[in-house]
Design a binder for this molecule. Structure first.
Ligand code: SF4
Length: 366
């Protein structure tokens, strides 16, 4: 465990915290756009250590949380049809659509199977040629290469009974959207290290230039996060706005060209509905025309769906936009908990509400 321990050294962490406190002459507001980073910040108490110096706002960094209602509803509908098997990652089974979850559909006789990878879904399709196998594909740019490979494999093996409901989202357009909010308070961003590992971080140059805010590529361990926060604070204190990479052991400027090639071959950029945030221009990926036969909406001739409203109780939209902390939601820990979630940020292991429930439980907060 030396490799991980290196980035969890408590003495080095203390030195970085002291340095951040010494450097900051005022309170700065930073946003991380990755659920893994949100959990890391809370799990290691970094937010509490930096209270009064740095406010950490949690962005829409959980792909499960931002999957739109109509994608879940379609998955539920298809799972209840004869000779259709609906597959997805385990987390997705508990995410509420407009009325119910995939688990509810399973209880009503729907054929729903959790899988670890989209390639598992292709294998199921191979083994069940008289069924239609649908994979509900969600995730940031990090998971898009795997779903693109699944499509290519199905094509190569002539598997005609595999398709996907696609909800791949792109992080940078969401950051741009948040910066355009009239009430945006974000002064710097921690960019998601794993996304940059795949997609590179060169495109953030234009973001920094357009919005005049520092962007620092960050990892997930305590020292990764603290170093990135310190880099942000140093820039902010001098009025600078630059792109820096503090996750050099994994992320390179050009990213992973092979992964980008397969994503480009199979997908094209499109406007995308993000649950809670609305339509984000260029905020997602869709199958190119040459691969459209793998689109479940095409295969099942599903028309455009109407926008649906979220529950009145859940404040997920404000949580995902960074306008509210989970602990400020009246339902947090009372009517909403991981065992009985009212909204996606409490369902997903990467959701901000689940992170607060785990690391700042209501009994500790009161
Ligand atoms: S605590 Fe529950 S109800 Fe409140 S915003 Fe989070 S998921 Fe929604």
């Amino acid at each position: 465990m030396k490799y991980v321990d290196e980035y969890r050294d408590p003495h080095a962490a203390r030195r970085l915290i002291d340095e951040i406190r010494k450097t900051a002459t005022r309170r700065w507001t930073l946003m991380e756009v990755c659920g893994g980073q949100t959990h890391g910040l809370l799990r290691h108490g970094i937010d509490a250590e930096l209270e009064g110096v740095v406010e950490l706002i949690h962005g829409p960094g959980c792909p499960v949380c931002v999957t739109p209602l109509d994608a879940i509803d379609l998955a539920i509908d298809l799972s209840l049809r004869d000779r259709v098997v609906l597959t997805s990652f385990g987390d997705m089974l508990r995410v509420p659509g407009s009325r119910r979850t995939l688990l509810d559909a399973q209880a009503r006789g729907g054929n729903v199977r959790p899988v670890y990878s989209p390639l598992d879904a292709v294998q199921i399709a191979k083994g069940l040629p008289d069924h239609e196998i649908v994979f509900l594909a969600v995730g940031f740019e990090t998971t898009a290469p795997a779903t693109a490979l699944a499509v290519r494999q199905a094509d190569r093996e002539g598997i005609g009974n595999f398709s996907m409901i696609l909800s791949h989202v792109r992080v940078q357009p969401a950051m741009e959207s948040i910066m355009r909010y009239p009430d945006s308070r974000i002064q710097a961003f921690l960019a998601a290290g794993h996304v940059c590992t795949v997609m590179g971080y060169e495109s953030y140059e234009s973001f920094v230039e357009a919005y005049g805010v520092p962007v620092v590529v960050a990892g997930f361990e305590p020292l990764d996060l603290l170093e990135a926060i310190l880099a942000c604070v140093r820039q902010l204190e001098t009025g600078a706005a630059r792109l820096e990479n503090h996750y050099a052991r994994s992320a390179r400027r050009e990213g992973n060209p092979a992964a980008q090639d397969v994503v480009r071959e199979v997908y094209e950029v499109c406007d995308q509905t993000w649950r809670g945030l609305g339509t984000i221009p260029s905020g997602g990926l869709r199958l190119r025309d040459a691969w459209k036969r793998f689109d479940a909406r095409v295969r099942f001739a599903v028309g455009a769906s109407e926008a649906k409203d979220e529950s009145d109780t859940c404040r997920a939209a404000e949580i995902l936009a960074g306008r509210m902390k989970p602990t400020s939601c009246p339902a947090f820990g009372s009517t909403c908990s991981p065992d009985s979630p009212l909204g996606t940020p409490m369902v997903s292991a990467e959701g901000a509400c689940a992170a607060y429930f785990r690391y700042r439980p209501p009994s500790a907060a009161s």
